[in-house]
Design a protein around this ligand. Structure first.
Ligand code: MN
Length: 281
């Protein structure tokens, strides 16, 4: 391994997903920071990197979105093996899978099997194929207690209005509580379904994304790993030289604030190039 400048980190492999480039929600500036400071032998893009659904409605693209693509292409050029596994938001690339397409050194794959340095085999897939088990709005699980607390206040107002209209009392907070519980159960079903798929394929674990919920835990004898997202959190899965897997929260580690106003400044040291080809006319 080459000696790196002090501020660069090297990993055997890196897994990221759910970046949703092309939407305002994408924390592309944080991901660009991550990609600038991390080097790896293998980079897995585990789906929903570009949000193609939004191509039909609104499209958001700034210099940081540009920077993310530029850094990924640069990594591929500099010897990182880049594997792109499309998700449901970038499913337009799935149509090209049978071609075995390779763009700018980036290999397009439906899924992959990654072998760690310590010999464990992991199925790598986005995970939306198991959507049927996720029936609840995922965000409710994240809101959790806050939603419940907020609902108590809303509940008072709703029922005040209902009483004035001569309608019977209805507990909104009880309804919300059921929804949150349902969402937590849905996440659990998703995780269990992916672990079962790993078991079915005879591998030691699974690495996926899709539900924006970073996690690493053993389920039924296999290791379930979700690399999280770059919208609600800034998480990546890394594999150390010895094969050890670790979830990294880039925002937390670097004290990057989600509350800080989104910088409109263009990233430094960036060459003004043509707009990316995927920007619609
Ligand atoms: Mn997805």
């Amino acid at each position: 391994m080459a000696v790196l400048p002090v501020d660069l980190e090297h990993y055997r492999s890196v897994f990221i997903s759910d970046v949703h480039l092309g939407t305002r929600g994408s924390r592309a500036e944080f991901l660009a920071d991550f990609l600038r400071r991390v080097r790896c032998d293998k980079l897995y893009l585990v789906g929903d990197i570009v949000d193609g659904w939004r191509l039909r409605k609104s499209w958001y693209w700034d210099a940081f979105h540009d920077e993310v693509l530029r850094l990924i292409l640069k990594a591929a050029r500099n010897g990182t093996e880049v594997v792109y596994i499309p998700g449901n938001h970038d499913e337009m690339f799935r149509a090209w899978l049978p071609m075995g397409l390779e763009i700018g050194g980036i290999k397009l794959r439906e899924d992959a099997v990654h072998e760690t340095a310590d010999g464990r085999r992991f199925l790598v897939m986005h995970g939306d194929a198991f959507d049927s088990v996720v029936r609840y709005a995922r965000f409710l699980a994240i809101l959790g207690d806050h939603a419940y607390t907020a609902s108590l206040a809303v509940n008072r107002w709703v029922n005040l209005v209902r009483r004035r209209m001569g309608l019977p009392y209805r507990s909104l907070s009880a309804w919300l509580k059921r929804q949150v519980k349902g969402a937590v159960m849905a996440i659990d079903r998703f995780e269990t379904a992916l672990a079962a798929e790993a078991l079915r394929r005879g591998v030691d674990g699974v690495v996926c994304g899709h539900i924006h919920h970073a996690e690493m835990r053993e389920i039924g004898g296999v290791l379930y790993v979700n690399d999280g997202d770059w919208v609600e959190s800034c998480t990546a899965l890394v594999e150390h030289e010895d094969g050890r897997l670790e979830l990294i929260d880039w925002a937390e580690r670097n004290r990057l604030s989600f509350l800080a106003g989104r910088s409109t400044a263009r990233p430094a040291a960036r060459n003004e190039g043509p707009a990316p080809a995927i920007v619609p006319a």
